[in-house]
Write a protein that binds this ligand. Structure first.
Ligand code: SF4
Length: 378
């Protein structure tokens, strides 16, 4: 019993109803980027599955603990379709800094072995609805006291070391709200990465908007950053202007020139971008942009949009699973043929692969090719 790629896509776009809400355990709500998820570890991979928003009440998928509580049973309607486990609470969450800041407010566990932090929890675009990204909840977790506004390099290094030593995390992701400065956060990522790499040897992905000067890519690399994410989120000017009017003032042309310059520094595949399917871009627009990016050596991490409570898009419909299946069926082979599969990347969301089933479509391509070769050899 194991989920195939199409089933995983369905689950990620429809969510899972948790039959025993009191026992939901470790989950991620609020914060920057995709959230309101819960990690489920299936046989082949760990996936973040929407569990919180109201639309999930209509999902055919549900979950509950097995009678001995060792596993989570996943049902489609009434039929048992898979079993999963849920990553436990990491040990580093129980520690705090010398001045009393709990480590879980500095960085959190994503998926099962990724340490993620938002270095600056405030964003120059957030407080004004004329400029904010409508899907983002970056300052909500700050208001709720679940994090701190600025994680210093020293604090990040301390927490990263504990997470590696106590919980075996295998990579670190540093994102940031966009500050007023023209480097758009690259400078704080440089000092943060350098501090972490001084105390622990862990691959790091940094994420920011394209900075004013491409020189920042080399500075990030020199500081110990292995991979860079610059997130388009939406690919058409129409949707960018409607959903993320502030970020849309940075033209797609600037993203493309930044991608090109960053690939020269980090290497093909180690530059990536999030694309949120379901915000209004058409299937053709997403595929066309993604193929263009793959050609440049950029990994288009296409993710189903998950509405987040407390944002203007809280009631926006979740995307259609069949559309995502068609998109992924084209991108999986294209990534495979370009040699930038998730496994080959050094760090980042595309390597983690928990927020999208795209990774499993790359695998499908590999398996299909293997079978074809076997058949050809009789
Ligand atoms: S894909 Fe990125 S955002 Fe999603 S769980 Fe992994 S590290 Fe976190």
């Amino acid at each position: 019993m194991s989920l195939n790629s199409q089933q995983l896509t369905q689950i990620q776009t429809k969510g899972i109803r948790w039959i025993e809400p009191a026992a939901i355990g470790l989950a991620r709500t609020g914060g920057a980027g995709p959230t309101d998820h819960k990690a489920f570890s299936f046989e082949s991979q760990t996936s973040m599955i929407p569990v919180f928003n109201e639309q999930i009440q209509r999902s055919p998928f549900s979950a509950k603990f097995s009678d001995d509580s060792t596993q989570v049973l996943i049902f489609e309607d009434d039929k048992l379709i898979d079993k999963a486990s849920i990553p436990g609470r990491p040990k580093f969450y129980d520690l705090e800094s010398a001045d009393g800041i709990p480590y879980w407010k500095v960085a959190t566990l994503h998926s099962k072995d990724v340490l993620a932090t938002t270095v600056l929890q405030e964003c120059v675009r957030y407080r004004n609805r004329d400029t904010s990204c409508q899907f983002c909840a970056i300052e909500e977790s700050l208001k709720a006291g679940k994090t701190i506004a600025r994680k210093t390099p020293e604090l990040l290094a301390e927490v990263a070391r504990a997470a590696v030593e106590l919980d075996g995390v295998t990579q670190m992701i540093m994102t940031t709200g966009t500050p007023k400065t023209l480097d758009r956060g690259a400078a704080v990522l440089v000092e943060s990465a350098a501090a972490v790499r001084r105390v622990v040897d862990i691959p790091i992905q940094a994420q920011c908007e394209p900075p004013d000067d491409d020189i920042w890519f080399q500075r990030l690399k020199d500081a110990g950053v292995d991979a860079l994410g610059m997130h388009l989120e939406a690919v058409s000017d129409r949707v960018r202007k409607a959903i993320m009017p502030g970020k849309a003032t940075v033209p797609i042309g600037r993203y493309m020139s930044a991608f090109k310059a960053a690939v020269e520094v980090f290497g093909k595949g180690n530059v990536s971008t999030y694309i949120l399917a379901g915000l209004g871009d058409t299937e053709d627009e997403i595929v066309a942009m993604s193929l263009q990016l793959i050609e440049l050596g950029v990994y288009p991490f296409v993710v189903p949009f998950v509405p987040v409570a407390g944002t203007p898009l809280a009631n926006h419909p979740m995307p259609d699973a069949t559309m995502l299946d068609r998109i992924f069926s084209q991108l999986g082979p294209a990534l495979y043929h370009k040699g930038i599969t998730s496994e080959s990347l050094k760090a980042g969301c595309a390597k983690c692969g928990a927020c999208s089933s795209l990774k499993s479509y790359e695998k499908q391509t590999v398996e299909q090719q293997f079978t074809e070769k076997e058949l050809a050899h009789g």
